[in-house]
Design a protein around this ligand. Structure first.
Ligand SMILES: Cc1ncc(COP(=O)(O)O)c(C=O)c1O
Length: 461
């Protein structure tokens, strides 16, 4: 132990000499490697959230930027007991490679989770993946050639865009309102593509408690979306990490259950109902699609972690996973309410935001003279962070919006985080009003030409 009580720095060399850190790459360094890089690296983009995670890892920063569940709620003693059992009873198998498609036991746990949302998948239709993120990657790798159209929501999950970009998809974003994806706009988009002799490879949607907007697709729109998929013979990719985290209102049928698994490929994950650190997600799809996804996965990582699949098996074996989800629902409901209350108190009246019935995020939209990317620099000086709205679009829209996470921070931090952001926003509003001598109301949907970049949910009834 060092004097500070910490373990000695492992990066230090054998003799204890500190290892020299490589300085950050300069543009000249990058030039030296430029000839090596594949063309596709030119269209790769970074996930804004990943970049932010590095900045917000500083303990003094209150981060409302991540999409993190609160893993401190998972009982450490049960984790220890489960892992000890694995070590004592299945050490050799748990430390070995496993099948590419995942263990049957993991699939049985996945079936339980899907049944809890009214689905009844055949285990043969499942492949276990390294998180939902790999599922998005493998589906795109399997279906998309450079230039192929892909349709997604506006705003969409910021982590999906770098994936679509790296396979050089032609991304079309369809507007969203408080009932989720605008199906009328989707129909127009499908029509326009059809007239140009093009068919999207898939429509990507997060229908329940969407990341980032927090909105949920209404049942009527779900039914129409599934009908449209059939009419146009287009695949829908339903990404549903949050469906079980509902705090009010009635559950909606999943697209997968409405469609019966013909045109809908379903993505799930244990990240938000158990742990993102275990990196286990899945795809439910018809066998021919699954076969190709399996080939893609072999090339990517051979198999999902055997050790964490064993953990899932142990954990589900105890039969209390629903209780833990209920605990999370109780905790996150309180945090959501606290965030909505703090927004009411600390954000200026020109701001508006969504009121999610579940999930982890609120989407706030400010007057359009505020650019949240610039605002983030100011917020970081106040040691608070959020995700700027542009991260959820490919075309620069969303500049006046921000994504706020309420699941990861304890109550006091959440309140303080919203207060700090609110004070930075209020400063900008006051500055603008002083300069222009006008009092600007939040823009209406009409002012924004269709409002595809706003989810209009008025702040006050
Ligand atoms: C909509 C959506 N899809 C996929 C993911 C990735 O999840 P995982 O941790 O399972 O890779 C996330 C994570 O936040 C998400 O919000």
């Amino acid at each position: 132990m060092s004097e500070s009580g910490r373990q000695p720095d492992r990066a230090a060399g054998r003799q204890g000499a500190p290892r020299r850190r490589r300085p950050h790459s300069t543009s000249r360094d990058l030039e030296r490697y430029a000839d090596l890089f594949a063309k596709r690296t030119q269209v790769m983009r970074s996930s804004a959230m990943r970049d932010l995670m590095a900045i917000t890892a500083r303990p003094e920063v209150i981060s409302l930027a991540g999409g993190l569940p609160d893993t401190s709620t998972f009982p450490a003693d049960s984790f220890a007991a489960q892992m000890t059992r694995i070590a004592q009873e299945s050490s050799a198998e748990a430390l070995q490679y496993g099948p590419t498609e995942g263990f049957e036991e993991t699939k049985a746990c996945i079936v339980e989770v899907m049944e809890a949302e009214g689905m009844a998948p055949d285990p043969e239709d499942l492949i276990v993946t390294t998180g939902g993120q790999q599922a998005i990657d493998l589906i795109t790798k399997t279906l998309v050639d450079p230039g192929d159209p892909v349709i997604c929501e506006a705003p969409t999950y910021p982590g999906a865009l770098p994936t679509f970009c790296s396979y050089e998809a032609d991304i079309h974003q369809v507007g969203t309102d408080e009932d989720g994806m605008r199906i009328d706009e989707l129909e127009e988009q499908l029509g326009a593509l059809a007239r140009a002799g093009r068919r999207p490879k898939f429509i990507y949607s997060v229908p329940s408690f969407q990341n980032p907007a927090g909105v949920t697709l209404s049942e009527e729109r779900r039914r129409r979306l599934v009908e449209l998929a059939r009419e146009h013979e287009v695949v829908v990719v339903e990404d549903n990490p949050y469906g079980l985290l509902r705090y009010d209102g009635d559950p909606q049928p999943t697209l997968y259950s409405l469609d019966g698994g013909d045109y809908v490929l379903y993505l799930g994950t244990f990240s938000k109902i158990l742990s993102p650190g275990i990196r286990i997600g899945w795809v439910a799809a018809p066998p021919p699609v699954l076969e190709k996804i399996g080939l893609g996965k072999q090339a990517a990582d051979l198999c999902t972690s055997t050790l964490t699949q064993y953990f899932v098996r142990e954990y589900f074996g105890e039969g209390r996973w629903r209780e833990y989800v209920d605990d999370l629902v109780g905790i996150y409901r309180e945090r959501r309410d606290l965030m909505l209350h703090a927004l009411e108190r600390h954000f200026p009246e020109q701001a508006q935001w969504t009121r999610p019935e579940g999930g982890l995020f609120v989407w706030a939209t400010l007057p359009d003279y505020i650019d949240t990317t610039d605002l983030l620099a100011k917020a970081l000086r106040e040691e608070v962070a959020f995700v700027p709205g542009r991260a959820a679009y490919v075309d620069g829209r969303g500049a006046a919006s921000m994504r706020l996470n309420f699941s990861a921070s304890p109550e006091e931090e959440l309140r303080e985080g919203v207060r700090r952001i609110g004070s930075v926003v209020s400063e900008q509003v006051a500055l603008y009003e002083t300069i222009t001598r006008e009092h600007v109301q939040a823009p209406s949907e009409d002012d924004r030409g269709g409002g595809a970049d706003v989810v209009p949910m008025p702040k006050r009834e």
